[in-house]
Design a protein around this ligand. Structure first.
Ligand code: GLU
Length: 300
């Protein structure tokens, strides 16, 4: 498959979240990421996505590293950890707040569920991908648009107070088509405000969002192509908006089809029976696990 055009040498990454054991689906995605980096004669990084202190466990991070090594997937350079990079996410949050892209949201989870169900039923139903974040109805949006002078004093005050204690959302440009070419799925197009709405940037318990951290990290580490599961296709549209708002150049994208279990359900970390570790303990070789990962039923 053709690699994305780039004047920079290929840099890819493996980015496991240590919230459970890696399973066959991860083996597949990481094997593809590894193969693409090596085929391009490029560099592959390992990043531990341990952003959420409530869900990440050091033992799962160790298990992920061990499983990747056992599969024979190697990487270059010292691994990095999102938990050590909060200062960078905080800097990006400030830039987004000052630019008028991000605003505090007081809506409770319950309010959001109620608000999101009725008016956005059609938009959600029409969404080409399952996504667990309902389209936000815009209740807490400020009066100003990004880039306007209006509200500058308020934004300065938000920055001085810091993100903790409130949820923060990114304001998406309603009706704007976000398009990108995916190396596996081809041309993609999502309409902001319909396929997805104003999304979380920072949580009130002081945890930066996945969307923010991943953009800051991929840009900072010079990643030229992101290889990951197709469940993140819609998140790529969100992330492209963040790249633009932060003035960063975006990488290329390659989303791998998701793997299904015998019941036709997507594999999740709760499928412990299909964890790489369990298969290894049952006597499967690494080669056999990679073969299984390559041939198991896939969802497109
Ligand atoms: N760490 C994320 C996960 O394991 C993937 C992040 C990404 O590839 O953007 O689901």
């Amino acid at each position: 498959m053709a690699l994305p055009p780039s004047s920079h040498p290929y840099r890819g990454r493996l980015a496991p979240s240590p919230t459970g054991l890696l399973h066959l689906g991860h083996a597949r995605t990481f094997a593809v990421a590894h193969q693409r980096a090596r085929a391009a004669g490029g560099t592959l990084l390992l990043r531990i996505d341990d952003l959420d202190p409530h869900r990440s466990r050091a033992a799962f991070a160790e298990a992920a590293v061990e499983d990747l090594r056992w599969l024979g997937l190697d990487w270059d350079e010292a691994p990095c950890r999102q938990s050590e990079r909060r200062a960078y996410y905080r800097g990006a949050w400030e830039r987004l707040v000052l630019g008028g892209w991000v605003y505090p949201c007081q809506c409770s989870r319950r309010e959001l569920q109620q608000l999101a169900s009725a008016p956005h039923e059609t938009a959600r139903g029409a969404s080409p991908l399952p996504d667990d974040e309902p389209v936000y109805p815009g209740t807490c949006r400020p009066r100003w648009q990004p880039g306007e002078n209006q509200g500058a004093a308020e934004r300065q005050a938000w920055c001085a107070a810091g993100p903790s204690g409130r949820n923060w959302r990114f304001r998406v440009p309603d009706a704007r088509a976000i398009e990108f070419a995916d190396g596996s799925f081809g041309p993609q197009k999502f309409i902001a405000g319909e396929a997805f709405g104003d999304f979380a940037i920072w949580r009130r318990d002081d945890v930066p969002s996945y969307q923010l951290a991943v953009v800051v990290d991929d840009a900072a580490t010079g990643i030229t192509e992101v290889v990951r599961g197709a469940d993140l296709l819609l998140s790529t549209a969100r992330q492209l908006l963040l790249y633009r708002a932060l003035g960063l150049s975006a990488p290329g994208w390659f989303h791998c089809p998701l793997m299904l279990d015998r019941q036709g359900e997507r594999l999740a970390k709760r499928n412990d029976a299909l964890s790489i570790r369990a298969l290894r303990e049952q006597g499967y070789s690494a080669r056999r696990v990679l073969e299984e990962a390559g041939s198991a039923p896939l969802a497109r």
